[in-house]
Design a protein around this ligand. Sequence first.
Ligand code: MOS
Length: 730
Amino acid sequence: MSLETTRQLKHDTPDHDRRLDGMAQGVLGTDMDRPEGPLKVSGRATYAAESRPEGMAHGYLVRAATIGRITGSNAEAIRAMPGVLHVLEDERMIRNAAQGMAGQSPVQKQGQSWYVGQPVACVVAETFEQARHAAQAMMVTIEPDGTHVFDAEAEGAEIDTPEKKQVSQGDLDSAMAQAAFSIDHDYHTPSMSSAAMEPHASIAQWDDEGRVTLRGSYQLLRFNKNELADVLGVAPDKVRILSPYVGGGFGSKLGLAPEAVAAALAAQALGRPVRVVLHRRQVFETVTRRSETKQRIRLACDADGKLTGIGHENLVSQLPGEVFSEPVAQGTHFQYAAPNRVVGHNIARIRRSAAGSVRAPGEAVGVTAFEIAVDELAKSAGIDPLEFRLRNVPDKHPENGKPFSSSTMEATLREGARRFGWQHSQPRQRREGEWWIGTGMAGAVRVNMMIEAHARVVLTGTGARVECDMTDIGTGSYAILTQVAAEMLGFAPAQVETVLGDTDLPPASGSGGSFGAASTSTAVYLACMELRERLAAKIGVKETELTLKDGVATHENRQTPLAEVLGDEEWRALGHLKPGRAGREVRQATWGAIFAEVAVSDVTGETRVRRMDGTFAAGRILNLKTARSQCHGGMIWGIGLALTEALEHDPRDGHMVNRDLAEYHLPVNLDVPQLGVHFIEERDDWANPLQAKGIGELSICGAGAAVVNAIENACGVRVRRLPATLDQVM
Ligand code: MOS
């Protein structure tokens, strides 16, 4: 084995080389299938709960039925039940994903039940059935500790208004007073769940050296490893997390959920492997939800439809003491130009379950409400909503004046309209039988980020291996990292093996915030550049003159098989991306436009989405198929946001009423028409050497507004409280 060399990039400046455009293999940017796809569809991909270590015991969480001080339990009687091995009442298991990346300790501790549904114990038994039976018999005594507020808009809700999150520029009140046209409305979005298909599950096992291996289902392994070490009070190198396959996360697996800590603590206490699986209702209750929002939006424009004022003042909810809060106005800061601006951010401290990141935290609900408001203003100004947006495309960041690294907003609007065949008339003009037909559109924006990432690439004469702790949460990480290495090193994808989801491998970015593809691909790119340099040096040419294709190096008409260059050697290189000033000097974002046609029943108020089309720009598209799938997913979330999804909380105690997939209504196949997804290929040199940006969240940011706007165009009813249920539309 040869030594491992490192190539580091501190990302301070744009990279104009566009090396990937000159590579010969031709596999990047194609619609290559997922390499792990056959394993997944044939049941051979092992998900978190599916391992069967020798001697495994089963844990089952016990939830708090009320709020207050925990004063006792019948744990002793439970311990005597058949098969019961252990009753864990350790408050360290009360973790939630809101803390995740912040490295924050949970606030729900000190013998308290903070919200209904909070885990308060874990019963471990020989079999799953014994554990469940005993857990259901367990009674935890909770004494009321006063009165609490369960609704952000209720009298007496304690409201935080963090100073750093308020913006005021110019004079919005005057702009409103002098406007040719203006609107001022409240919009509401409900509490929502990530509802990932795979429930949270962990199997923990300690070895004789005091090291714990956790097979779990997580998004950000290098953070999760530190979190688990922190909660267990061990050094990070005493923790290994394996998450090779993750059945969706959408934010709910950014940070450790209670089952991971419960499994680790119980396995330690018992000296044998313990598995804890959350059932669907526990997933809803104990992992983070998206906060409900109340958004007051004020917009002012002149007679030509040029925006002169923007106000976006928001109220979200969170448990007392938690740091995260839904950044509702994240897109508002830059989506449209207007000199007079107010952004307000308020957090009501209430006793619903902890709020956290859910796919596109901020823009998913913020851009959606904002794009409904823009539609309303365009209507009152008598300007076509597409044309109205085109008149308000910003040429620089409207708040701080910095340039955008790319601005493709106008191109996505124009191309999207062309593809959809945008036609728009007054409401209640088209009717087919009982159905009113209407069209609506919305812009989509999402901030673009990168975070630190490492990846190792091992080169042999016949192929390559990519190794890091990156996760693939269904997004296509295996595919794109395979493609980047195949393209850079000149191999067919089948000759590249990608090994992910193991914290014993170099720490990658993990999957979150749409930063995974750009960050970890860059680390793989850097490792491959390092290997290309070493190959070029060995052959005696300049790296830039080296063409690698099908395992052969070509240089000045000479061909050298890599097998000849490397012989039996294995060359190893580590790529290391460090985000630098590039993210500060320019503003990076991804852009899109969504168009929808709906039919609204004049008899029942039911809305059917008949056509939906999205056009997106997110830098270089690394894999057409997986990128398109991300956009399909986001647009389907948009349909859910517009029409069906809402977590209902009981007004008496805040508990979730519809905490399963029967009652929490996600769009199903019959709710989703054929979706069109189109990309405008960008080369954003500021993004990274691949010119690639995040695509995982963009398409949800505004998609729901296109549907809600189409409802208004169909039947004349403007819905400002999502979802647009039948009672509102009738
Ligand atoms: Mo995302 S909400 O950062 O998985």
